[in-house]
Structures are given as C-alpha cells and as structure tokens.
Design a protein around this ligand. Structure first.
Ligand SMILES: *Cc1c(COP(=O)(O)O)cnc(C)c1O
Length: 454
C-alpha cells in the first residue's frame, strides 16, 4: 500500500507538470491522493469494526484538512466531522455532513455557538464547569436532541511535543481530573444531569506514545464506570476517545497504525469494547497527512558562505510549524527535475531549501543532503495533507495555493486532477486585507467627524 502511494505521488508530480498545474506561472501547488484518502478511511473503519461490538462514529477532525470536498468524500466513506469553531461547523454543513454525525469540541464556545449546536442536534462536549452551566440554561429553555458530553483531562503527562500535549498537569483543555476535588465534582455533575450521557478525552496530537494514549482512554473508561455505578444505571453510553494517532514523517514505510491502535485499546480497556459503550473517534492527521504533497518550483539556486540555497515557493505560508519549530516538525524534501522526473541520481550536497518569505528563518530544510537543486527544478514536500497547506499562514500576503485531488483513470491509468480549492487571487488578497475600507483612514481623527464612506 505504501509503495503504491509513493508511485502514485511520482506519477502525479509528472502529470502535474505535463498538465500545467505547476510551472513558471503557477510556482506552487498542493496535491491530494484521492485513492489514498479512501483507502485510509476504509482501514480506520475496518480496524475498529474488528475490535468492538458497539456503534462507532469516526468524526474526522476538520481542523486537520478543512476542505469541503474532502469532508464530503470522507462522509461518503461513512465518517463524520469533529468541529471546533463556527467556521468548521459551516464547512461540515456545506459538505452535507448531518448533525447526527457531527461533534462540537472547543475550549471557547460562545453562548450563541452552544445555542445553535443544541438547536441543530449536533453532539457537544463541554470543556469546563462554566460552559456546563451555560448548557444547563439552554437545556432548560429548549429541548435538544444533542448528545452532550464532558471533556476530562486524565493528566497522564505529555508526549515529545509540548505544544501538542493536551493531557499535561496544566493543559487548558477539559477538567483536570487529578486536581483536588475534581473527580468528585465530575461524578456529581453527571449525577445531577440526566442529559449528560457522554464523556470525552483527547490526550494529544503527534508525539504521543500509543501506550500513553491507551492509558488516557483507560482512565476515562474507569471514570465512566464509576459514574454509571454512582447513578445506578448506564448513564454514560458513549465514550469519545479523541484522535491523536501520530504520523511517520520520515518515510513511506508503515501504515497509519489504526489496526495496532485499535487492538492495543481493546487489550488495555476490554470493557470499552464489549458492546456496552458506543465509541466516537476524532482522528485527523493520521487520516490525511500522508495523502498530501506540496509541489514547488525552485525559482533560484544560489549560495552563501559556501552553503547552496534553493529558493522555492514553499515556505512558512505552507509549512508554518516546520519553519518555526523545525526540530518537532521535520519534512522530507523530494527533488524532481523541471519535467517532473525524480532526481535520484548524482552526488548528495548539503544545502538549504528556502521558502519565498522575507525573513531569514523561512527554511523548510536546513543543511539537508540532496542532489544539488537547480533553477527550474521542483521540490515535493510529502506528508503535508493535514495541518500544512490547509492551515495557511498569510505572511507577506502570500496567497493560498490551489489544491487538486488526483486519481488514476481506471481504464487508461492516466493521472487525472480535480480542483478542490482555487488559488487565492490578488483581488481576494486585497479584499481580506481591508480593501473594502481603503479610504477609512483618509482624514480620520482630524477635524469634525464625517459620515463614513467606504
Ligand atoms: C486536534 C484534535 C483532534 C485531532 O487530532 P489529530 O492528531 O489530528 O488526530 C481530535 N480531537 C480534538 C479535541 C482535537 O483538538
């Protein structure tokens, strides 16, 4: 499966050049492997179906790849959406994902967001006691079909990336279960609210060892059992175990690990899989990262202090985390020639691969051994289908590049492309930068107030 994915990627790079998706006029483009997305969704579904007898909703974490056609493709594969903002909810609705397949998590939901979620009937996980109080009021004022849960932080510790670890002692998410009195408070909160039927934890993203994630799920399960014993019946009927499965950014080997994680969970927490509980999962990166590739032209090849530098069009706007935290988020660089053929011959030379932004740190690879990149070559950044080109950083007013899905024609085997997101135009960049208010400051603050003319 994985070598096939690499072969499809090589074929897509070649076809993208031949079909003019990338070149002198379009110096950077983003590609998604449609067959890879389908296969990954199937593997996830199969992995959990093999270990549990209860119902399962796999709610894709929209923040990983907020693209409407992708959410719709995943929905066709049986997945739902986990949303964490009004924008993400709007995307899920635009993709046709039903309220019964949508889960709202976020640490800062406004009263209006909560009201809308409960009116729509989407599942909501409350983050903290104050939010639960707001929900109390809303539930009292209007009946809702929404399944409602509560997010807890089992405080099991962090993984290798601090910023991605949500189960540390002082994480901002959920109720910290080991704080004095917290566990008792949670049990009471459930006992007092017959509509509180779910429990949720998401212990971290990338860099979390699977065993630690499984420990987090075990702690949440044990709390669910304690609560159900305290209220005297199976009040909590669904456990939302979050996402967080890490991705290997170093190679094309290995699979997402859904089978291994599902088996590990079943062995660590057998009671969760015996049919008494429904499950919700919220995987993001592990479903989409490996399916995405950024393809960028080398605009110039230069050198400084004897270090060769390839100046490309893929930098901080696409690989924000890699540029600002290169130790935590290294990416591979795959070199291709101007016609899209892999450049796998020739001596390796230590060089930097830079982006287009105007600050010195805009490097996607530093002192990396690669065939010496030349003007007009292409570099591919693989494994960027989640949290990279879909989490655009608008530094230097660099536009969001186009995203195309690719799949081989079933008969001819030719690579076909379909647009999933258009490249941002200059007019759109002007508009999102206050273009409609161009004259707002003409004379503003001087003399008598005048009526506002845009
Ligand atoms: C980000 C997030 C996810 C998805 O995490 P991945 O590492 O992409 O699987 C799931 N649930 C919550 C609550 C999140 O914040």
């Amino acid at each position: 499966m994985t070598q096939e994915r690499a072969a499809r990627r090589d074929q897509a790079v070649r076809a993208a050049v031949e079909q003019g998706l990338v070149g002198a006029r379009e110096p950077v483009v983003c590609l998604l492997d449609v067959a890879g997305i389908r296969a990954c969704a199937e593997r996830l579904t199969a992995a959990f179906a093999a270990v549990t007898r209860g119902p399962v909703l796999h709610a894709f974490a929209v923040k990983a790849t907020p693209l409407v056609p992708v959410l719709r493709l995943l929905a066709a594969e049986g997945l739902g959406c986990e949303v964490a903002s009004p924008g993400e909810l709007a995307l899920a609705r635009a993709a046709g994902v039903g309220p019964d397949r949508t889960v709202l998590d976020s640490p800062a939901k406004t009263a209006a967001e909560l009201r809308e979620a409960l009116a729509l009937g989407i599942a909501v996980n409350a983050d903290n006691p104050q939010e639960l109080e707001r929900i109390d009021g809303l539930v009292r004022s209007a009946p809702t079909r929404s399944p409602i849960g509560f997010r807890v932080n089992p405080q099991i510790g962090g993984g290798s990336i601090g910023a991605m670890s949500t189960a540390t002692g002082t994480s901002k998410f959920g109720v910290a279960l080991r704080d004095p009195g917290a566990r008792e408070w949670v049990v009471r909160a459930y006992a007092e609210r017959p509509w509180l039927t779910r429990i949720h934890a998401h212990t971290g993203s990338q860099g979390m060892p699977l065993e630690l994630m499984a420990r987090g799920v075990r702690e949440v399960y044990e709390l669910a059992e304690e609560i159900n014993a305290a209220v005297g019946h199976r009040r909590i009927d669904t456990v939302d175990i979050g996402g967080g499965l890490p991705v290997d950014f170093g190679s094309d080997e290995g699979d997402p690990g859904f089978d291994a994680y599902a088996r590990l969970l079943r062995d660590a927490v057998p009671g969760l899989f015996d049919g008494r509980y429904g499950l919700v999962t919220e995987f993001g990166r592990s479903l989409l990262a490996k399916q995405g590739t950024v393809l960028a032209r080398v605009e110039y090849a230069k050198s400084a202090g004897e270090r060769p530098i390839a100046v490309t069009h893929a930098g901080v706007q696409i690989a924000t985390r890699t540029v600002f935290a290169p130790g935590s988020w290294p990416l591979r660089i795959l070199p291709y020639d101007a016609s899209g053929r892999p450049r796998d011959a020739g001596p390796l030379v230590v060089q930097d691969v830079a982006g287009p932004a105007c600050f010195a740190g805009d490097l996607v690879a530093q002192a990396r051994e690669l065939p010496l990149l030349a003007q007009g070559d292409l570099v591919a950044l693989p494994d960027t289908g989640a949290y990279f080109f879909t989490s655009h950083f608008s530094y230097n007013t660099l536009p969001r590049p186009a995203v195309h899905g690719y799949a081989a024609d079933e008969e001819t085997r030719d690579m076909r492309f379909v647009t999933l997101r258009d490249a941002q135009t200059l007019a759109e960049l002007v508009a999102e930068s206050g273009g409609a208010h161009a004259r707002a400051l003409d004379g503003f603050g001087r003399g008598a107030a005048r009526p506002h003319t845009p």
